[in-house]
Design a protein around this ligand. Structure first.
Ligand code: KG4
Ligand code: ZN
Length: 344
């Protein structure tokens, strides 16, 4: 079964076609990173305009690359949220129109649950439930227990800044540009991770929520201690920047993985997955490998970096598993609405 996925939640216009939930036939991503670099972050109105320009060329490229036609497509899947409402509008409107005109079932997919399916792409379907999943992206941070396809329990979530947001904000303070995650990872290679001891939010033994705004503020105070309140990120000493980056990356990894360990002890998962943009981080992956060894279960991250950050293959994969579980739910065409607060 071939599912066409559509993703426009933030600053990537993406279309993908995935076979049987795992085999990626095409994965086209029109990235807006170069545009948003100028403002050091995503301006929703600018992102929305770019989606409108990019959606049809992206769709055409997906078909051109595979030589497939609409008769080959069984189902359409689209992420109507969470995300930027003006950006989501383009994806949902496109999905509704295509589903109506081409008479295909349409599956709405939660963007963060779609990230979870980044770990099914280019892999076989062999998985053992329950799976404990840490999703770390720009807007959201969740700890999820997945009992089966479509059966998710949220154990913990973001209280303030998500991990990716913290990477982006700290990178901005350090003058490292946007997006912050890859820039901090690069700077940290030449830094000493033990230079600074930044605080970690303690939320209690049975609490699986996350809070990173204090960490971001601690980094700000550390910079101000040396460079004064009105510091200019452009004037920071490179070795100072590298040491802050390395210490920040260590601290955030320790917090994320300690929460994962805590949850693994309570829920005895058969697999542990990490997904979302921040799961591209090499330090986090290595640290997780090392610390999670004690559970003796498979530890998975998306096999390609482009499956960590926003893409439509993960949307198509999630759509496939939801559709095959209850096809009757999606047979009759219905409009899907963009919803920036979509919960699961
Ligand atoms: O999942 P994603 O593409 O978008 C959202 O759903 O928000 O995540 C984007 C986030 C950004 O904050 C970016 O800085 C972060 O993922 N990111 C990374 C890395 N690559 C992307 N963070 C840490 N290390 C990386 N290598
Ligand atoms: Zn995302």
């Amino acid at each position: 079964m071939k599912v066409l996925g559509i993703e426009t939640s933030c600053d990537e216009t993406a279309i993908s076609i995935v076979e049987d939930g795992t085999k990626v036939l095409t994965n086209i991503i029109a990235s807006q990173i170069e545009i948003h670099k100028e403002t050091g972050g995503v301006v929703p109105e600018v992102a929305a305009r770019e989606h409108i320009l990019n959606i049809i060329p992206t769709l055409k490229k997906a078909f051109a690359e595979t030589n497939l036609t609409w008769t080959d497509i069984d189902v359409i899947a689209c992420a109507p949220g969470p995300g930027l409402i003006s950006a989501l509008l383009t994806g949902t409107l496109t999905a509704n129109t295509l589903a109506l005109v081409k008479q295909k079932p349409l599956v709405p997919v939660h963007h963060i649950l779609a990230h979870i399916y980044g770990n099914w792409l280019d892999r076989d379907q062999n998985t053992k439930f329950p799976i404990l999943i840490l999703t770390v992206s720009g807007g959201h941070n969740d700890l999820v227990l997945m009992k089966d396809h479509g059966d998710f329990i949220q154990l913990g979530t973001t209280r303030d800044d998500a991990a990716g947001e913290a990477f982006d904000k700290v990178a901005k303070l350090l003058g490292l540009g946007y997006p912050g995650g890859p820039a901090i990872q690069k700077a940290a290679i030449n830094g000493d991770e033990n230079t600074y001891n930044f605080p970690q939010a303690k939320l209690g033994q049975d609490n699986f929520d996350f809070s990173f705004s204090g960490l971001k503020t601690a980094v700000l105070y550390e910079i101000q201690k040396t460079y004064g309140k009105d510091f200019d990120p452009k004037n920071l000493d490179p070795s100072f920047v590298n040491n802050i980056a390395a210490s920040f990356q260590r601290t955030i990894s320790e917090t994320l993985i300690s929460r994962l360990i805590q949850a693994a002890k309570s829920h005895n998962p058969k697999e542990i997955h990490i997904a979302g943009g921040v799961s591209a981080n090499t330090y986090l992956r290595n640290y997780a490998e090392h610390k999670l060894e004690q559970f003796n279960v498979p530890i998975k991250y998306p096999v390609k970096i482009q499956y960590c950050t926003d893409n439509a293959a993960m949307v198509a994969s999630c759509g496939y598993f939801l559709y095959t579980k209850t096809p009757e739910k999606y047979q009759k065409w219905h409009n899907i609405q963009p919803n920036s607060d979509f919960t699961f």
